[in-house]
Write a protein of this length. Structure first.
Length: 423
């Protein structure tokens, strides 16, 4: 018993040392958020009469280097794309060969469009094809290909998919991740986001059927578009599921407006996605949604919340690539997005429905247990990183820090540490 206690104390010490070390690696991500508005930047740097205008990096570069551009990473100097991509995805398992735009969509999208960023496995190619035809808009998809003999079959099937469906050719950018590592979901999510070619992305699981046209709803709501543009909000499209899984097989019969959906909800046929795991989508507050006619802000955020969201590509956090396998991986992405000061707003009339699939399910219990532990360390680390970054950037007393303050206060000892950081 005593041994156990000492061991857990030692572990705790290691955790603290680790977290403190990682603080020094704070990425300056939040400083990046302030960059778009010069008034914000001005408030970060100390003002002095001698320093009236704060020069931007490119202005400084011009002052000190004149027209001699400081360049790096061009091919003449030998920095290859492979080297750059290995740094871009350096938190993931490697070595890995990322091949961007293995297929490149023919259509070019408006920069204000929403690109669906998703990942697909071999057994879900058909749903991807269906999604392309249903969405008729930009899709960026990462697909993992095992670096073994199975490669050939997957690639052949992919080519068939593009041959068969003109909407695949028109809309879908496809990026290959070739390596020996399965289920690196967050790295694959980052690949799909990184190579998306519009300003906004929707992080979606490919199994979902788009019942409504959320792009039309967004465009009709200037207030929501402003929130998206400013990078201070992510838009939730609520997800549903048939209680009897057979009802979820034929998407042709799915409701395509809220009135019809409500009928099936009242008949007890449809309910929130993953009713058996309330924390996953509960914060959307379905009771409220049923009566909502205006977008509303999520007020009961919890760290297990993992809705499908539309958000700005630039200036938003990436998914933590240390989460490998099942459990916590998507929730970790949404946690960091929330802590960065991005609120979740729910669309009142749009929704998705999960399509039933019958694929063999292996047991993933081990991965879930491991990721649960990692997630609890990760939350402490991210809380410390964001609070420290926001304090250093002079954002602590702005609304940017509201989410960190509220959510991280749930971690034991957090408020004491912050008091010491400020003092
Ligand atoms: C959900 O929304 C309803 C209706 O607006 C409200 O009464 C209820 O308190 C909300 N639930 C939670 C958990 O916040």
């Amino acid at each position: 018993m005593r041994d156990k206690l000492t061991a857990s104390k030692v572990l705790k010490y290691f955790a603290i040392v680790y977290v403190v070390c990682s603080l020094f690696y704070a990425t300056g991500h939040l400083l990046g958020i302030g960059k778009s508005s010069s008034s914000k930047r001005a408030s970060i740097a100390p003002r002095s009469p001698a320093d009236e205008k704060i020069l931007s990096v490119s202005e400084l570069q011009e002052r000190y280097h004149g027209n001699h551009q400081v360049t790096w990473g061009n091919t003449e100097e030998g920095t290859s794309e492979d080297l750059m991509l290995s740094k871009v995805f350096s938190d993931a398992m490697g070595p890995s060969k990322v091949i961007p735009y293995y297929f490149k969509a023919e259509a070019s999208a408006d920069s204000e469009e929403v690109t669906i960023a998703t990942l697909v496995t071999h057994n879900r190619f058909k749903v991807l094809s269906r999604l392309a035809t249903r969405y008729k808009g930009p899709i960026s998809v990462a697909i993992h290909v095992n670096d073994d003999a199975s490669k050939q079959e997957i690639l052949t099937d992919l080519h068939h998919l593009y041959d068969e469906n003109p909407d695949m050719r028109r809309y879908v950018d496809l990026h290959l991740v070739v390596d020996k590592f399965d289920r690196q979901f967050n790295m694959w999510r980052n690949v799909a986001k990184f190579f998306a070619r519009t300003e906004y992305i929707m992080m979606l699981d490919v199994d979902f059927y788009l019942c409504t046209d959320f792009r039309k709803s967004l465009k009709a709501n200037p207030q929501l578009m402003d929130i998206l543009r400013s990078g201070t909000g992510a838009i939730v499209v609520p997800a549903f599921e048939y209680l009897n899984s057979d009802d979820g097989e034929d998407w042709n019969l799915f409701p395509t407006n809220k009135g019809k959906l409500m009928g099936e909800v009242q008949d007890g046929k449809l309910d929130m996605f993953h009713i058996s795991w309330k924390p996953g989508h509960g914060a959307t507050n379905y009771t409220r949604w049923y009566g909502a006619s205006e977008p509303y802000k999520v007020v009961d955020y919890t760290f297990s919340y993992e809705p499908y969201v539309i958000f700005k590509k630039e200036g938003t956090p990436w998914c933590e690539e240390r989460f490998i396998g099942y459990g916590a991986n998507k929730a970790a992405c949404l946690y960091e997005i929330y802590l960065a000061g991005i609120d979740y707003w729910v669309l009142p009339d749009d929704f998705l429905i999960h399509q039933t699939h019958h694929y063999p399910l292996e047991t993933r219990a081990k991965e879930r247990t491991y990721n649960k532990k990692l997630y609890s360390y990760f939350r402490e680390e991210v809380c410390l990183r964001y609070s420290r970054t926001m304090i250093a950037a002079g954002l602590w007393d702005t609304s940017r820090a509201d989410n960190v303050k509220r959510e991280c206060a749930k971690i034991k000892g957090f408020n004491d540490i912050v008091t010491r950081m400020i003092g």
